[in-house]
Write a protein that binds this ligand. Structure first.
Ligand SMILES: Cc1cc2nc3c(=O)[nH]c(=O)nc-3n(C[C@H](O)[C@H](O)[C@H](O)COP(=O)(O)O)c2cc1C
Length: 344
């Protein structure tokens, strides 16, 4: 309910309280983990700017993660989290490292965690945040002890679910207003952030915009390719045959995108002629993109590497610092509230 004496800044502060408390950060904004990109430099810059940086453990084992956590701690005194992919064979080691290092929160990606995993993380005193692709799963995850959830729309960069953020907001967030839910996928402007908070979200997660920021150690070719791309260039791979499902990974199209279609054609023809088993066909297609994100992010191979990015590349047009991005975002949010009845 609007209180006429409340200023736009006070209103925004109030809207941000719940999410900030959960994350232990000044602002309820998660710097979404990005494999090969979300390492100590970027994550510490995020946490120093008041948002909640998240280290990506996708390409790490326990020792590498421990080292990265220690490096991040040397660069920031603020809280940050660790993103762990559930199918990582080192899942338990990675959780143990986070627990020993007293990381404040673990973000579980790449599936739906079962209770033993959420219990294990909580037993270390760490918060558990997971992704919910539907209302049913969201309810189950909260029942299993998740401290907060992220609704990530199909427009996001990297591995995505089938539904857009717009649909998830109405299907999940609006039905679970008392629960702590963050929204990800295509969030770029502070007006959107303020609107989501008003709808009941406790905060947001942003990825692509930070892949291109000054503190991101991604190769300059990678950043330039994203900054140059339009939203319609950030596509999901084409799947030629339902028998061989293709992982839905949103990335800016390049030569690799076309070659992957040709590869599917070749493998399918071979399979249909009995020249290759279904298992081998599946593995060949799975292996096509193996190592491709590293190739693009580290080596700057923007033709054959994977340029994972969300549709929001439509709006990401310049390389700014994390602080500049955060400050602009918050100013836009405040101005939006000021324009909607809260005095500036
Ligand atoms: C290059 C890249 C790599 C990503 N890697 C991961 C990852 O390792 N784990 C994860 O949970 N999400 C990953 N994501 C998703 C982001 O954390 C975030 O949820 C997403 O980018 C938000 O949507 P946006 O790109 O529209 O801002 C990645 C995204 C990008 C662009």
């Amino acid at each position: 309910m609007k209180n006429s004496t409340e200023t736009a800044r006070e209103r925004l502060q109030k809207l941000m309280v719940r999410g900030s408390e959960i994350l232990g950060s000044k602002y309820p904004i998660l710097g979404g983990a990005m494999t090969w990109i979300s390492e100590s430099d970027l994550v510490s810059a995020m946490s120093n700017a008041g948002i909640f940086g998240v280290l990506a453990s996708g390409a790490m084992d326990g020792d590498l993660l421990r080292n990265e956590i220690e490096l991040t701690r040397q660069k920031t005194a603020n809280n940050f989290g660790v993103n762990i992919i559930l199918m990582n064979p080192k899942l338990h080691d990675l959780i143990d490292v986070c627990g020993e290092q007293k990381v404040s929160g673990v973000i579980l990606a790449g599936g739906i965690p079962d209770r033993s995993i959420t219990d294990k993380i909580r037993a270390y005193g760490m918060k558990v945040i997971a992704f919910a692709p539907s209302l049913t799963v969201a309810k189950r995850l909260f029942k299993h002890g998740a401290d907060a959830l992220i609704l990530e729309g199909n427009e996001a960069g990297g591995h995505v679910g089938p539904l857009s953020a717009m649909v998830l907001i109405q299907a999940v967030l609006l039905n679970m207003k008392d629960y702590p839910i963050f929204v990800a996928g295509g969030v770029f402007r502070g007006e959107m952030f303020a609107s989501l908070l008003q709808l009941g979200a406790v905060g947001c997660q942003l990825g692509t915009v930070f892949a291109c920021c000054r503190e991101s150690t991604a190769h300059k070719n990678f950043k330039e390719a994203l900054l140059k791309a339009d939203g319609r260039n950030a596509v999901l791979p084409v799947q030629l045959d339902k028998r061989f499902p293709i992982a839905p990974v949103r990335a800016v199209e390049n030569a690799g995108t076309e070659e992957f279609i040709a590869k599917q054609r070749e493998v399918l023809a071979k399979f249909d002629k009995g020249g290759i088993s279904a298992e081998d066909a599946k593995l060949t297609l799975e292996h096509f993109w193996a190592g491709a994100l590293r190739k693009a992010v580290r080596e700057g191979d923007v033709e054959r590497g994977s340029l994972m990015a969300g549709q929001i590349v439509e709006l990401v047009k310049e390389e700014r610092s994390v602080r500049e991005i955060t400050d602009a975002f918050l100013t836009e949010a405040e101005n939006f509230l000021a324009a909607h009845g809260y005095p500036g």
